[in-house]
Design a protein around this ligand. Structure first.
Ligand SMILES: [Ca+2]
Ligand SMILES: [Ca+2]
Ligand SMILES: [Ca+2]
Length: 378
């Protein structure tokens, strides 16, 4: 009998301890946790959709809440954000269980919907090195190069125009009106001492076919009309005969030179755009006198001073807005091929073209960089 009582007693102890463990499991369940690798900032074009579905641990029987600028929009596990208008939006995700809650903020910058129509850079150290944009660096058609450029600009990253004459043509999903003052902005990567000016050209879709095949008008800048500024300057680049070679050029002023191959920094086989099918091509535009100089006299520190106004990738106190990393441009400065002012109520296409033909020692060729375009009238 004593043995039976002992067994009963032990059974009760085991049962109590088991039930204690269960209670403990419930009361000490871990609170939900949003995994740290969640991407929390995005750039979208108007009209884009983004599916947000953060990875959450300890989310048994959780409830979810999504809010946009503080207003609840969904209680689903995942949320599809639709970019409706330009600006910065804060989206908050909240997961709640009986053990606690976790929150995650997302910052979404919605930019104007834009399109790249052409990306024809001059040769340069960043050309064909397109892997920096998540591509494989061997884009060999105009279409794939345009896709690369669009992707880069959507992310707010730079697209290099290479040496003199290299250009990109962009447009928004609407005409840009010529209002009071500056009308649109071009983002770039200029900073004080690093200005690589690009001239801006604008065009109206006069024939209404949606393509930039009409008349380009230059936006005059501070250098327009100066003796040292050359209109109709042309440079012809020739495909190198082998890999790892500089790209030779001749201009229409009797000069020649090279876009130097710089193996130690950019070791892709060739700096001549792979999607240019001809063995040589000519880029024509407006040449500004280079201002770059070797500030220490020993080649270590090159400075690229800014120009007064009217250019892209130009850290001008007059039209470069540091917080936006963008130059503000005014359609009212449009001039025709004779240099006469042209009144344009709006424009549909914008071309940015590298406007200097210069090298800065070990930094290589000067090359305008473009990071995006947006309408200032919004
Ligand atoms: Ca204006
Ligand atoms: Ca057209
Ligand atoms: Ca630059």
């Amino acid at each position: 009998m004593k043995r039976v009582l002992e067994i009963l007693f032990l059974s009760v102890i085991v049962a109590i301890s088991l039930s204690c463990n269960i209670d403990e499991e419930i009361t000490t369940a871990l609170p939900p946790r949003i995994l740290a690798d969640t991407k929390t900032s995005y750039r979208l074009k108007v009209g884009d959709e983004l599916r947000l579905a953060p990875n959450v641990e300890n989310d048994d029987e959780a409830s979810f809440s999504w809010s946009v600028e503080g207003r609840e929009v969904s209680t689903e596990r995942a949320y599809i954000f639709v970019a409706e208008s330009v600006g910065r939006v804060c989206v908050t995700f909240c997961v709640t269980t009986t053990s606690g809650e976790a929150k995650q903020d997302y910052t979404i910058d919605v930019i104007d919907s834009f399109k790249v129509y052409d990306y024809t850079p001059a040769p340069g150290q960043f050309i064909n090195e397109l892997k920096t944009g998540g591509f494989d660096g061997t884009e060999s058609t105009a279409e794939s190069a345009i896709a690369y450029a669009e992707r880069r600009l959507t992310d707010g990253n730079w697209v290099s125009l290479g040496g003199f004459g290299g250009y990109i043509i962009m447009g928004l999903d609407h005409s840009i009106a010529n209002g009071e003052g500056a009308d649109f902005a071009i983002m770039c990567n200029a900073f004080d001492g690093s200005s690589e000016p690009g001239v801006v050209w604008v065009m109206q879709d006069e024939n209404g076919d949606g393509e930039p095949n009409d008349i380009w008008y230059e936006l005059a800048g501070s250098e327009t009309g100066k003796v040292e500024t050359l209109q109709n300057y042309e440079v012809t680049y020739s495909r190198p005969s082998g890999v790892a070679m500089s790209v030779e050029w001749v201009d229409n002023q009797g000069n020649s030179g090279v876009i130097p191959y710089m193996k130690e920094f950019h070791s892709q086989e060739c700096y001549y755009p792979l999607w240019v099918t001809e063995d040589s091509y000519t880029l024509a535009g407006t040449l500004l006198k280079a201002r770059n100089y070797d500030s220490m006299g020993n080649g270590a520190m090159w400075v690229n001073p800014h120009y007064d106004w009217g250019y892209v990738d130009n850290a001008s106190p007059e039209d470069y807005v540091t917080a936006e990393r963008a130059n503000h441009l005014d359609i009212a400065n449009a001039v025709d091929s004779q240099g006469s002012a042209v009144e344009l109520e709006y424009v549909d296409f914008v071309k940015v073209q590298c406007a200097v033909n210069a090298k800065s020692g070990w930094l290589g060729e000067l090359s305008t960089e473009v990071c995006g375009i947006y309408d200032l009238n919004n």
